[in-house]
Design a protein around this ligand. Structure first.
Ligand SMILES: [Zn+2]
Length: 327
């Protein structure tokens, strides 16, 4: 497929409308049209559901659909607790004691709870009603139940650090969200964004596009979007399997500069990479087998790790205490 077309939704990074269709199916083999901007390489879903449908989906249906529950099960808490510890290891060099930290898309609250245990002044924002209520009650932490777009800033109050793990790809207007974060974060403060990598080849090609992801970024498009919103890049990293991109931004004092969103060659590079990543190449790469084994091992370990616990708080208290003492 290489149709040259116009998108009904202008590119969120460069404003262009000239696109190429990358795919017409999602990972459940249902119709989902995914397009890439010819001028910059940003990828998005077109058409997409209207804003009201999207909001009610994230408030109520999203976790239910993908995790089968309104509140996290114990195995989810344990898994998210381990991820929270890994995330802290990554961000610790960019934060200092006493920092005011806001975790946007705080899910079951495990990362905010860990930060509180480590004496950071942390709070979260979570649109899913079940997960927000659970995290407030279970860990007695401060969670704004709603969307970051609607989050009202207390006057004059800014955050030293904002984190956003696997959130920006779900947003209808990622650039607008970054502009809001620029106001929410203190001048010189930090923003960490982690998103799935559009160039990853560790997953099966048929699993690449996900209905819940309205946007797909590579390092170049995420970096440029941050710079356009008035941030500077401090650090970038790829996860070991290449599945995720992490970028640390610094909130450069003053308004964002006028930045050209176009990125020459990026569309062709991504498009070529995706088309070359065929099912045959994927199964010949060995990735599917190692991922299958890793998952089986993980499920057994998780089953053992949560045995004997009856609530999420006890699980996190037990594992965080051990983990913090080893820091
Ligand atoms: Zn573009």
């Amino acid at each position: 497929m290489s149709d040259l077309l116009e998108s009904s939704i202008p590119c969120n990074l460069c404003g262009a409308t000239s696109i190429e269709v990358l795919s017409t199916v999602d990972r459940e083999r249902k119709y989902l049209r995914t397009v890439i901007c010819k001028a910059c390489g940003l990828i998005w879903t077109d058409p997409r559901p209207d804003e009201q449908q999207l909001r009610s989906y994230y408030e109520r249906s999203y976790r239910l659909k993908y995790k089968g529950t309104y509140a996290p099960k114990l195995k989810h808490v344990y898994r998210a607790g381990r991820v929270a510890a890994d995330r802290f290891s990554i961000i610790r060099k960019h934060i200092k004691k006493g920092d005011r930290i806001i975790d946007i898309g705080s899910g079951g609250g495990e990362f905010v709870y860990l930060l509180r245990q480590l004496h950071y002044n942390a709070r979260g924002i979570e649109p899913n009603e079940g997960y927000a209520a659970y995290s407030k009650k279970e860990y007695n932490i401060e969670i704004y139940s709603g969307f970051v777009q609607d989050f009202e800033m207390e006057s004059g109050l800014t955050y030293d650090v904002a984190t956003m793990f696997h959130v920006l790809e779900h947003m209808e207007n990622p650039f607008g969200v970054l502009l809001k974060l620029k106001k929410l974060i203190a001048p010189d403060g930090r923003l960490l964004i982690e998103v799935p990598n559009a160039e990853a080849t560790c997953q099966a090609p048929a699993n690449r596009f996900h209905r819940a992801h309205l946007y797909n970024f590579n390092n170049a498009t995420l970096s440029r979007l941050g710079i356009k919103a008035g941030f500077e890049i401090l650090d970038t990293a790829l996860s070991n399997d290449g599945a995720n991109i992490m970028i640390f931004f610094r909130n450069a004092p003053g308004p964002g500069k006028t930045v050209d969103g176009r990125i020459e060659g990026n569309c062709n590079d991504i498009s070529r990479l995706i088309r070359r990543h065929t099912a045959w190449r994927h199964f010949a790469s060995g990735y599917p087998y190692s991922r299958f084994i890793d998952k089986a091992v993980r499920l057994v370990k998780e089953g053992n790790a949560i045995r004997g616990f009856s609530c999420g708080r006890d699980i996190l208290n037990y594992y965080y205490k051990r983990w913090i003492s080893a820091l």
